[in-house]
Structure formats: C-alpha cells, structure tokens
Design a protein around this ligand. Structure first.
Ligand code: AHM
Ligand code: MG
Length: 333
C-alpha cells in the first residue's frame, strides 16, 4: 500500500473544502510543524531538569502552569502567526485572546487551542495532547480580530483535531469530511496516514470518568456508574473502567476501542471542568465525524453558543449508544 504523508493528504483534500483557497491547508501545515517541535521537546522532558516542574504562575483558571505548557503555547502561536493567514488565537494558557497585527490582520481564520492538555502528567511520563479548533472569522478581514470571532458555536468549525504525544505521536483531524489519523515517524520527521476514515463503534465497553467525583455528581449519573459495574451478558457488562486523567489519551483510546468519557457537572464545579472552545468542541467534531456523539448531558456540544473564552461545560463523549444510555439515566432523575 502506498504511504501517504500528512502533507500530501492535506493538499489532496484541499478541494473538498468549500473555500478551497489553500489557506486552511496552510494552517494545518503550521499545526503539523508546531506539533513536531513540541514532540521533540517533550521527548527530552525526562532528561531536562530545567524543563520539569511548575513555573510558579497560575493561568486564569487558577491552575499551576508548567514550563512545557508555556513552551508549547509559544511554539503554536509562532507557527500559526508565521503564515499570516490566522488573525488571532485563543489559548487555555492566555487570559485573553491574542490579536495578530500587521499582515495577519488580513487573515480569514481564528484558532482556539489547548497547547498542552494534561500537562500535570508530564512529570510522571504519561501521554499529553494538543487540541485545536479552526474557525473563519466573522469580523471583516483587515481589522483587528474581536471576541465574537471566537465565540462561535462548534458547528461553525472548519477544522478540529488533536495531537497525542503518546507511545507514538499522532495527529488526528477533521474538516467535516471524516476523521483521519496520522502517526509520526520521528526518524524521518514525517506524519503518515495510519488511520484513514476512523469510525468509532456504536456500542462500547469502556467507561472513563474520575470516579472520585462519584458523590459530587447527580443521582442519575451515579445510577449509571453503578449500572456500568452491573453483571449482565446481554449488555456486555460490567464495562471496563479506564481513566488516565489526560483527556486526549482517554478520548483517543475510546475512539479506537469504543467507550464513553464523562467529565460531569459536580457540586463543586456545576459546569464541569473542561472548556468548550478548545477542549470539547474540537473533540466533539472529531467524534461526530467518526460516528459518535458529544453532549453536555442534554444538548449537543457543537450547538452550544459560547458566551466566554474559557467557558466550561459538562462533557459526555464517545460511542453513540453509550451516550444515549447516560442521557436516559440522567432524565430519570
Ligand atoms: P488541564 O487542561 O489543566 O490539563 O486539565 C484538563 C485535564 C484533562 O486532560 C483531564 O481529562 C482532566 O483534566 C482530568 O481532571 P481530573 O484530575 O479532575 O480527573
Ligand atoms: Mg486542558
């Protein structure tokens, strides 16, 4: 079988895109480049004492920032700015959006991203990821980007994806014509198409949630958690409990094997933990294109109208029948 590189694939698929100017291809190429740089830096993390550990500052959500968070943020911003097609970005690491100036103001696109999700896992050598979402701007080209450009529902995404820095580094993305996965050959510096047209199974067997939150969640969800442990051949239970605490890794495993990931509303965090713009929406786009579902427990994630950059939402994502069953349990209570 002929090996297809990510670069070749992006160009080949360019004309599936309704605007087909090559600009989106260029953005994806910037993301590809930045992810290679981050991959190489991450692989050194275990060796480089100066890179491990916290910077000592907190981001807007009160979370401690790791040095590699900031490094990845910087690399992705520079790569995205460089081609003067993106006019601004919003990132988990920056309190406000970053408006690009100069020629970039003519850019037609904005990007929302979590440059290094799950970064508290780096110190223990566990997989982390980059999550990204691309939109066409609403404001006119040639003017500075505005907040409304970022507050678009996920249905307006023109591309969404993630990079998983795991035992292999993979880049998975969609532009609305299916989900495709590429694996990085670090000896050649090239991503190859390894997972064409990914499909997740309708019924899965994996349940992924931080069950430490059991007593903080709704009665309906608690009933579902109990149900996952029930013994019943017909419904393939008990399910398998798997939770890494690194969203991209948990999501990726379930996408390939069939399962559901839940980060619910809790007493302490009624809106859950994960952020709509750069964590939930891109993964919702990916899973829908692979035949799965993503909701906040009630509504489709991609139809939620964002009201703020760092907005959090409860997140239920994965095999469609599993998501439906959770909804039934939630409704019953
Ligand atoms: P982060 O964006 O600060 O890295 O937090 C997001 C991470 C996800 O990767 C993961 O699924 C979740 O937080 C784990 O949270 P918890 O430790 O509460 O289970
Ligand atoms: Mg994150």
């Amino acid at each position: 079988m002929k090996s297809v590189t990510l670069g070749e694939f992006i160009i080949e698929k360019q004309y599936d895109f309704k605007y087909a100017t090559g600009e989106l291809s260029s953005i994806l190429s910037s993301i590809r480049l930045a992810s290679k740089i981050v991959h190489h830096e991450l692989n050194k993390a275990g060796l480089a004492e100066h890179i491990l550990g916290a910077v000592g500052t907190e981001n807007i959500q009160g979370e401690e920032q790791q040095k590699l968070d900031l490094y990845a943020n910087d690399v992705f911003i520079k790569a995205l700015k460089n081609r003067e097609i993106v006019c601004g970005i919003t990132s988990e690491e920056d309190d406000d959006f970053v408006a690009f100036d100069g020629e970039s103001m003519n850019g037609n696109y904005v990007v929302a991203m979590d440059p290094l999700d799950g970064s508290s896992n780096i110190d223990v050598n566990v997989s982390v990821g980059t999550i990204f979402s691309v939109y066409r701007r609403i404001s006119p080209a040639g003017t500075p980007v505005v907040l409304e450009d970022f507050l678009q529902p996920g249905t307006e995404q023109v591309a969404g994806g993630y990079v998983l820095y795991g035992s292999s580094t993979m880049l998975i993305y969609t532009t609305g014509n299916g989900t495709n996965g590429f694996t990085y050959d670090s000896s050649l510096g090239t991503f190859y198409l390894s997972h064409p047209d990914m499909q997740t199974s309708k019924d899965g067997k994996i349940f992924s949630m931080n069950e430490g939150n059991y007593n903080r969640t709704s009665q309906g969800l608690r009933n579902y958690i109990d149900y996952t442990k029930g013994i019943d051949k017909a419904t393939n239970r008990p399910y398998t409990a798997r939770y890494i605490g690194s969203l991209v890794a948990d999501f990726h495993r379930n996408l390939l094997k069939g399962g559901v990931y839940v980060y619910p509303s809790t007493d302490e965090s009624p809106k859950g933990k994960l952020r709509l713009l750069y964590e939930c929406n891109p993964l919702a786009f990916i899973i829908e294109q692979a035949g799965g579902k993503a909701t906040d427990g009630e509504k489709r994630i991609m139809e939620l109208k964002p009201t703020e950059l760092h907005q959090r939402v409860p997140f239920i994502v994965g095999s469609s029948n599993m998501v439906d069953t959770i909804h039934e349990f939630i409704k019953e209570n």
